[in-house]
Design a binder for this molecule. Structure first.
Ligand code: NAD
Length: 339
């Protein structure tokens, strides 16, 4: 069974491709390499012994996408492709609306025209904004997103709700909390372009001496140690949730399905806790400085992921410390590659 994975050479996409291959799916990747590199394809092959079919083009090029659908018997899609830098989305909002929404709509058009179902969308906990109560479950009301990136995720969800209802399609919206870590082989991981936006790549780059100091944005939040709290989910656990969500859609006898799942650990960790856990797990220091709060950052977000456990039989299994070990191995692999 062929599954289209858009953005399949990216961070979460590449880990998911490995899990799909491990579960005997044939994978077709479309990725324009705007935020990934070709060697990831070789590494997927090294891990799985199988090389997925790969098309390097921008999904906004509808005519090329049509050719891919003509050439393969595609039975489902996991749609990772998107621009994801929150800060950049505030200065370049049109880039985000255009890339994230046009790419999505082009794939959905093919699904509609060819009567294909089974669509999984990478959503995010950013759709909740600063929720009033913790933990956040799927019924927590969505608030106006803080960034244009977050708005593209809310709009993507709305598009898919209408798509599922109007054309009787099976759709799963997966709201990730904060993915971290790397593949246990150290052959896949996050590849931040330029200065990392996310905490963990910033931590590893600081530990590796690429950045002088980690900037911690605010230590005066109303949390236990004053730093912001997030729910850090190991990327391989997250990848496995996609396979579980896909199998549920494929096995469902209903014509129309709209699943929504939070994917997190259910546990919040502060920025300082992550830094200390990284130092302890890897026995390396991470110099840091406290900076003023960053605009748009929320105080606390962690998931109630019980619904995914109940309906998908999935739950996060890997501890923060174990995840942070894998991320350091990946950083060392990158250092070796670059030297
Ligand atoms: N990493 C996170 O913290 C996080 C959290 C919540 C949601 N998400 C979402 O999960 C998805 C995957 O995130 P990621 O961290 O793996 O990002 P990533 O940037 O590593 O992967 C996205 C991939 O999509 C490709 N891509 C982007 N635009 C494309 C286009 N128009 N055509 C073809 N390929 C295109 C990029 O080259 C990249 O390989 C994204 O939709 C992101 O918004 C990520």
């Amino acid at each position: 069974m062929s599954i289209l994975v858009t953005g399949g050479l990216g961070y979460i996409g590449s880990h998911t491709v490995v899990e799909l291959i491990n579960n005997n799916f044939d994978v077709i990747i479309v990725d324009d390499l705007s935020n990934s590199e070709k060697f990831i394809l070789d590494n997927i092959e090294e891990i799985t012994g199988k090389r997925p079919i790969f098309y390097p083009f921008d999904l906004r090029r509808k005519e090329l996408l049509t050719q891919v659908f003509d050439a393969h018997n595609i039975e489902g899609c996991i749609n990772f492709a998107a621009s994801k830098a929150v800060g950049e989305s505030m200065t370049e909002p049109l880039k985000y609306y255009e890339n994230n929404l046009f790419s999505l709509i082009n794939v959905l058009q093919e699904f509609k025209e060819r009567n294909i179902s089974n669509f999984i969308f990478s959503s995010s906990c950013t759709v909740y904004g600063q929720a009033d109560e913790m933990p956040i479950d799927e019924n927590t009301p969505l608030k106006e997103a803080e960034s244009s990136y977050g708005k593209t995720k809310q709009m993507g969800e709305d598009i898919l709700k209408d798509f599922s209802r109007a054309y009787q399609k099976k759709v799963s919206l997966l709201r990730y909390f904060n993915p971290i870590g790397a593949h246990p082989t150290a052959l896949l991981g996050e590849l931040p372009a330029g200065i990392p936006n996310n905490l963990v790549p910033y931590v590893t780059q600081t530990a590796a001496g690429i950045r002088e100091k980690l900037s911690i944005w605010g230590d005066d939040y109303p949390t236990e140690d004053g730093t912001a709290v997030r729910d850090y989910i190991y990327v391989v656990d997250l990848a496995k949730a996609h396979v579980a969500a896909l199998k549920k859609l494929l096995n469902s006898e209903n014509e129309t399905v709209l699943d929504i799942y939070n994917l997190g650990t259910g546990k919040g960790s502060s920025v300082l806790e992550v830094v200390k856990a990284f130092e302890l797990a890897n026995n390396v220091p991470v110099p840091y400085q406290i900076c003023p709060r960053r605009e748009g950052d929320i105080t606390v977000a962690y998931a109630n992921a019980d619904k995914a456990e109940k309906e998908l039989g999935w739950k996060s299994e890997t501890s923060l410390e174990e995840s942070l070990k894998t991320t350091w191995e990946w950083q060392k692999y990158l250092n070796d590659r670059n030297n």
